[in-house]
Design a protein around this ligand. Sequence first.
Ligand SMILES: NC(=O)c1ccc[n+]([C@@H]2O[C@H](COP(=O)([O-])OP(=O)(O)OC[C@H]3O[C@@H](n4cnc5c(N)ncnc54)[C@H](O)[C@@H]3O)[C@@H](O)[C@H]2O)c1
Length: 402
Amino acid sequence: MINIIGLGYIGLPTALMLAAHGHEVVGTDYNQQLVETLKEGRTTFKEDGLEELFREAVAKGIRFTTEYQNTEMYIISVPTPYDRFSKKVDPSFVISAVKTVLDHCPDGATLIIESTISPGTIDKSVRPVIAVSGKQVNLVHAPERIIPGNMVYELLHNNRTIGADDKAIGERVKGIYASFCQGEIVVTDIRTAEMTKVVENTFRAVNIAFANELARICRHDNMDVYEIIRICNMHPRVNILQPGPGVGGHCISVDPWFLVGDYPSLAKVIDESMKTNDGQPAYVLNRIHDIMHERGLKDTARVGLYGLTYKENVDDVRESPTLQLLECQERHLAAPLKVYDPFVTQNIVSNQYHNLKDFLNDVDMVVIMVKHEEIKQNWDLLKGKIILDCHNICPLPGVYHI
Ligand SMILES: NC(=O)c1ccc[n+]([C@@H]2O[C@H](COP(=O)([O-])OP(=O)(O)OC[C@H]3O[C@@H](n4cnc5c(N)ncnc54)[C@H](O)[C@@H]3O)[C@@H](O)[C@H]2O)c1
């Protein structure tokens, strides 16, 4: 039996996938309400194919509980935020989960840590806890690469990395993931697995920062960044990403900081890139201000942000550029911005709308922060508005860009 610890965005689909592929699975989360929801037969977030996978896993006997199990194998997928001051990974959730697993597991059990951790975290933070417990367990690090919005597909098709102390244990764990994963699965050591996951997200962050910096340079001297990127990308070895309003989510906006925190004198490009991306919501706020000035709008004008999530067509708002922008705006004590997102049904910020037409009726200027499919189907409703399009997707004339 496999006991999955932490049933969030990563743990839940992983648990369901394993159960659907014939493994005996118990999903454990200390959030009682979340466990109750799952027990009642409801998923806790939206994702293409998740409902079907959930039903299949339930039919095959998956169980949900707040209790840790006594078993041979655990997959730990609890959060790993970073400490905003030191920039280092905060391993406290992982440590606490490992401690509780050690209280329940038999000698010889295998602990697979799926949470993203900085290189050396297992040596520095997990091994000492195991040593104190006196338990003999096998350690594995199997970082996850799936992207919200396409999680079920990517669980099935992505390549994976398994880091293990013992090659034979690594191969055994590879066999378990291979029961559903059609991608290539590489077995390596734990430190390499820790580093590769963080490096992958850092590569993305640095490339996004480059595109954002180009947008700022081009804006400064009135050049069209999109046309420039389009032409540059016709070069056979150039592939520049698109600029945007900032970076959110729990990976690209977080993991690269681990390297800055651990190697402050070495990770210079990474440090500057993260600052560039983190500064992008404030840059958008300045653009809003400049456009309002250009169009003769008063500070009290009605400005609306379209999109609250950190990426399109998902309901995850963690670290989202819109939330960062709102925080920044509050520091300036400006007139409150109105906000709408079709995927965010709870009220999480003030001046939030739950209907696109009501939102648009109440604003003179719309800032497209997230390129949800909904807005692409409703350009007609935006006619006559002043539009700042942070993603270069709006086909209407006279649209402003970042
Ligand atoms: N969300 C993503 O897109 C993504 C992608 C790749 C990797 N990751 C990594 O996966 C890990 C998990 O991320 P997530 O997005 O699933 O987080 P999440 O916050 O959605 O879920 C974590 C769950 O763990 C539970 N939990 C925390 N401590 C626990 C404990 N001691 N015992 C039992 N339950 C506990 C929480 O209640 C929560 O439900 C993180 O390290 C993250 O960086 C996330």
